[in-house]
Design a protein around this ligand. Structure first.
Ligand SMILES: C[S@@+](CC[C@H](N)C(=O)[O-])C[C@H]1O[C@@H](n2cnc3c(N)ncnc32)[C@H](O)[C@@H]1O
Ligand SMILES: [Zn+2]
Length: 372
């Protein structure tokens, strides 16, 4: 069947049945991911004009690489699946794209050459590809992880194995995934004396996507490691605390409620996961013609305004905990601000927010605290 994306036409096998896409080669639900990739590449080229070569390391139908090629990138597509490679070649011909399409293992292909931008989009965890990627990427590493259950601690042992970290299942599970993923990539990069700066990161429908700018310098790798630390979380009252550094000092009891059901997660990335100005630049480069333009712009707007604190809250979850009904988010956030706290919406869901207030301060500042 034919699909159109980003103004180009692609041949992909498989039909949609009852809304479930059967084809392994083209996932229409990842269109937002791909639209944002193209907008990010546009913004990145202005930030780093020397960036020219782009490796679509797991290309499947070739859609992502071919879209980048249409934007002037010098593209190499790679897949280890023979059928995917012939499909990607056919799609290149159809779109007059001169991308090289390589049949091989992404790790081998990455070790054979350097690329300015490398894009990892595997099924599940990207970690088996992370070493080769940071060792052979000059500027920008784009990574998708779809194994959200391991990342957020719901599949605990698998998360520990893949990410060499302790993820914990909390009410901010998607953000746990973001911070476990960026931590693991940062520690991988550090092994190669490479530092990372996350320019844009989002957790959307069952995947995490991050764009890391790389700097090949041991001092930059050292600075990167300083962004790591641990999260202590109370399962009783949802109090949480961030503790910078690679050595954990777990809390045995909760400073807020005295409870003993404390979780420790880490090392997680505690630093910024987005650069707001870059995110705003990406937003400017989402054209109306993109299929997900509206959703993409709304997501980027929220991301650009998100407070740089390591965890978020869900207003409904808190109100349930406190046994009060939830009011409008805008009112809730202005109550926090009126009490002298910083507050912003978060992109993790319609009732999620970030604040520098702790759980007791949130309660005191909002309707439950005032009894209104
Ligand atoms: C999620 S799909 C990629 C989707 C594609 N990037 C897109 O945007 O539509 C994952 C692809 O990775 C390929 N793959 C898995 N392991 C690989 C490896 N070690 N080297 C190269 N390709 C691999 C699979 O054959 C599959 O086509
Ligand atoms: Zn507590």
């Amino acid at each position: 069947m034919r699909v159109t994306e980003g103004g180009l036409e692609f041949e992909v096998p498989g039909e949609s049945t009852d809304g479930v896409e059967e084809s392994v080669f083209y996932n229409p639900r990842q269109e937002l991911n791909r639209d944002l990739t193209i907008a990010t590449l546009r913004a990145y080229r202005e930030r780093e004009p020397r960036a020219d070569s782009y490796l679509d390391a797991m290309t499947a139908s070739g859609v992502r690489g071919i879209r980048a090629g249409a934007d002037g990138w010098e593209v190499t597509c790679c897949d280890r699946d023979r059928e995917a490679v012939s499909l990607a070649r056919e799609n290149c011909r159809r779109n007059d794209c001169d991308a090289g399409v390589v049949h091989g293992d992404a790790n081998v292909v990455m070790h054979e050459d350097y690329y300015d931008v490398i894009d990892l989009d595997p099924y599940g965890t990207p970690m088996p590809f992370a070493d080769a990627a940071v060792a052979n990427c000059r500027d920008l590493l784009c990574v998708t992880a779809t194994d959200t259950a391991p990342l957020c601690g719901a599949h605990f042992a698998s998360g520990v194995r893949s990410y060499s970290a302790v993820p914990r299942n909390t009410d901010y599970h998607a953000e746990m995934g973001v911070r476990i993923l960026v931590s693991a990539l940062a520690r991988t990069a550090a092994r190669h004396d490479v530092g990372v700066t996350p320019l844009l990161t989002h957790a959307s429908s069952h995947y995490v996507r991050t764009y890391l700018e790389l700097e090949q310098k041991a001092t930059s790798a050292d600075a990167t490691l300083e962004e790591l630390g641990h999260l202590y979380h109370c399962e009783d009252c949802l109090y949480r605390e961030a503790d910078p550094g690679l050595i954990a000092n777990p809390l045995e009891t909760c400073p807020n409620c005295g409870g003993e059901r404390m979780l420790t997660a880490g090392p997680v990335w505690l630093g910024r996961t987005c650069e707001p100005e870059f995110v705003a630049d990406v937003r400017e480069r989402v054209p109306d013609a993109f299929g997900t333009a509206e959703t993409g712009r709304a997501l980027l707007e929220t991301l650009a305004a998100e407070l740089a604190v390591p965890t978020h809250y869900d207003q409904h979850r808190l109100c349930k905990e406190w046994g009060v009904s939830a009011n409008a988010m805008d009112e809730f956030l202005s109550d926090l601000e009126a009490a002298g706290h910083e507050a912003s919406r978060a992109h993790y869901g319609g009732t999620t927010f970030k604040t520098d207030a702790d759980v007791a301060e949130i309660r005191a500042a909002t309707r439950d605290g005032t009894g209104e």
